[in-house]
Design a protein around this ligand. Structure first.
Ligand code: FCB
Length: 452
């Protein structure tokens, strides 16, 4: 594998400066398990997993990677890679079981141990407040479609920041509001499994509003961690030059990219999308847009693939002639360069981090070895693509691989493996894959070239 010149760690390492952030990402529900331990409340994903047919393999998050008990071993794995950052999320129902009212000391203690464990190992902790696992009790009051949830989130954010803020490098309010809104409330393939476009648009608005209010509240409380939000973004390309294909691609770009970037960085929703939504357009109250545009310390971008649209819908990635991952997503590293350069052109960006990038491929664990050539190539080529964006002037400060471990991949269950560390779910044995070895070697080369 190392013979492939495009994977040469030393060549790619030369693209990055000394102070660059390198990390791995996880999220609470996907790895923790222990869903009924130490006073944790129920989350919408616990409930959703019990809906027949909701999860491809009928699984749930009850055990997952058992990270709640194995976090020390997992942080040792993180440290062994040589990264300087770890991105994880807090399970809201673990620290505030009902999403309002009393906080759960044992839940907060767990994250305190985790954060201190990172610091002891020389790893900067990057915490996400909402990686989708809303307390079920709040869902019963309407969840994110209800404006009151905005204020519940701000209370939760303040408490976590009060306990941990001084030790965190960054705090992200929300991971991927688009996914929570559209997959959770419009197509219903993710929790809470609702199909109502109007509700989905309200959800997006409330997520953005709670983000802005939480930033203001945490800053007023004196929190010094960098504060920001993470969006899933992709270049959306028309299948042809025809006016109809271009119009569709523009609208899809409006819903995925501009619907979040415009309010966050310009303080307004894109007018073309507002018009297309008609009666489903959000009810914006006075002051909302200004709150949403509260200055960001950083923007996190999760990038996996591009999307190509024809007038009548998405083009099947299998017809595009590129390699395809186990998720059915096109491998398209140039899309990361294109996306970051476009954002840099169209918006006055704060610091940018690639907060997730990685790929699911079927892995074989043979004699305790997983030679995941395709994943290694995927990660190396996307790091190189990030380096090209940096060279073009994008204020890129870090890159985090999704994911440290194979884990519960939402509606796909455990069948899709994104980890650079293999997890044997029967024994919970962790085995670093060849991609983890490559990343470690790359980071060693990076440290050496930065020192030179
Ligand atoms: C992103 C999610 C992350 C993971 C990857 C594959 O949308 O943020 O939790 O599932 O996709």
């Amino acid at each position: 594998m190392q013979q492939d010149p495009t994977l040469d760690p030393r060549a790619i390492a030369r693209l990055f400066p000394r102070d660059f952030t390198w990390g791995v990402s996880t999220s609470a529900f996907q790895i923790e398990g222990a869903t009924r331990e130490d006073g944790r409340g129920e989350s919408i994903w616990d409930r959703f997993c019990r809906q027949p047919g909701a999860i491809a393999d009928g699984s749930d998050g009850d055990v997952a990677c058992d990270h709640y008990h194995r976090w020390q071993e997992d942080l040792n794995l993180v440290a062994s890679l040589g990264v300087n950052a770890y991105r994880f999320s807090v399970a809201w129902p673990r620290v505030q079981p009902l999403g309002h009212g009393a906080f759960n000391a044992k839940g907060l203690d767990f994250y305190e141990r985790l954060v201190d464990g990172c610091l002891r190992r020389g790893i900067a902790p990057h915490l996400t407040l909402n990686h989708w696992d809303l307390p079920q009790a709040l869902q019963e009051r309407g969840g994110w479609a209800e404006r009151d949830t905005v204020h519940r989130f701000v209370d939760y954010a303040r408490e976590v920041a009060r306990r941990l803020g001084s030790r965190l490098r960054s705090i992200t309010t929300h991971n991927e509001p688009f996914i929570q809104s559209v997959l959770g409330y419009e197509t219903g393939i993710f929790a809470p499994g609702i199909r109502d476009r109007g509700a989905a648009i309200r959800v997006a608005h409330h997520l953005l509003l709670s983000h802005g209010l939480a930033l203001q509240a945490m800053r007023a409380d004196g929190v010094h961690s960098d504060l920001g939000i993470v969006l899933n973004l992709s270049p959306i390309e028309p299948a042809s030059d025809s006016e109809a294909d271009r119009a569709r691609a523009r609208l899809e770009d409006g819903r995925l990219v501009r619907w979040y970037m415009d309010p966050l960085l310009r303080g307004s929703y894109p007018q073309d999308v507002v018009e297309a939504l008609g009666a489903d357009a959000p009810r914006v109250e006075p002051g909302d847009m200004r709150t949403i545009a509260t200055p960001l310390d950083f923007l996190g971008v999760n990038y996996y693939s591009r999307n190509v649209f024809r007038a009548d819908g998405a083009v099947d990635p299998h017809t595009l002639g590129s390699e395809i991952t186990d998720m059915g997503w096109e491998v398209y590293p140039q899309g990361l360069t294109d996306l970051l350069c476009r954002l840099h052109r169209d918006y006055a960006l704060p610091d940018v981090y690639v907060t997730e990038n990685g790929a699911a491929f079927p892995d074989d664990c043979v004699d305790s070895r997983v030679v995941d050539v395709a994943r290694t190539r995927y990660i190396a080529s996307h790091i190189a693509a990030a380096g090209r964006a940096l060279a073009a002037g994008v204020p890129l400060k870090g890159f985090m691989v999704w994911s440290l471990l194979d884990n519960f991949e939402w509606a796909s269950g455990y069948a899709k493996r994104f980890g650079i560390v293999h997890v044997d779910y029967a024994t919970q044995r962790r085995t670093p894959k060849a991609s983890a070895d490559w990343y470690r070697e790359f980071l060693r080369a990076e440290r050496m070239s930065a020192a030179a």
